[in-house]
Design a protein around this ligand. Structure first.
Ligand code: ADP
Length: 236
């Protein structure tokens, strides 16, 4: 098994200490969060008021913040597990289409709430790819969550899969805020965020580790103010 830490020189011992807290704690916190989210969603249904009224808006804030905290916890726990070598990679042959469809379905409530379009473009046939479904879903979910998060209301998000020689290449594009050229290398470092922000700054570091675990590569094209196009390749 390759040591993931050696695949990137961007993670320091100090980073490890910052993320090194136990899975049991994460699990406990996530269980409590689920109760908060479910209760707040029920409350939102009960309120049945004008969507712009203060109680409804405050309840939506609770739901949004709880989801964001949940995402942070997942990322901390995934990163800690990856760095500790506490994972197993058991790839199998997968069809990429159903994996993309399942991840876009998970993201749909978020894009819907921001009135963003979410399209998938797949060629009529693609070869199967050797991967572990859970990791492939995590890669796609991280890229799509970012695409939605950094794109304003009404924006456009597209996932495109294609075969390029002996590689499967997947693109996640958005027409959001984009990333300045001098920051494009930095965003794959743990904790780096272009404008500060509410996330953990870990999503892309984890995504890069997971793509590299497959023997693939991740890169991007982006123009500040116009949008971003993230690519990752998986060997076929
Ligand atoms: P997080 O999303 O938790 O901040 P990430 O590691 O996923 O952390 O991303 C790091 C930073 O890269 C983000 O804070 C943001 O500044 C930038 N970024 C990532 N994806 C996009 C995107 N699609 N559009 C604009 N900026 C992005």
């Amino acid at each position: 098994m390759q040591n993931l830490k050696q695949t990137t020189n961007q993670i320091t011992e100090q980073d490890e200490q910052r993320i090194g807290f136990g899975d049991a704690t994460v699990h406990e916190l996530k269980t409590l969060l689920t109760a908060i989210i479910v209760s707040a969603e029920l409350l939102a249904d009960e309120l049945q008021m004008d969507r712009k009224s203060m109680p409804v808006r405050l309840t939506q804030n609770i739901i949004r913040s709880a989801h964001s905290l949940d995402e942070k916890l997942s990322n901390f726990s995934a990163m800690a597990g990856l760095l500790a070598g506490d994972f197993s990679f058991q790839p199998e042959y997968l069809e990429i289409g159903p994996v993309i469809q399942s991840v876009t379905a998970q993201l749909y409530p978020i894009t819907k709430s921001k009135k963003q379009s979410l399209a998938v473009e797949l060629p009529p046939s693609l070869p199967s790819v050797k991967s572990q479904r859970q990791y492939l879903e995590q890669i796609l979910l991280n890229l799509l969550t970012n695409a939605s998060k950094f794109t304003p209301e009404g924006g456009k998000i597209t996932v495109i899969a294609s075969q390029n020689d002996k590689r499967l290449v997947i693109q996640v594009t958005d027409n959001g805020m984009g990333i300045p050229a001098d920051k494009q290398e930095l965003i794959f470092q743990p904790y780096y965020q272009v404008n500060g922000g509410k996330g953990s700054g870990l999503g892309l570091a984890i995504t890069k580790l997971l793509v590299e675990l497959h023997g693939g590569k991740i890169w991007l094209e982006s123009i500040s103010g116009q949008g971003s196009r993230f690519f990752f390749s998986l060997p076929l």
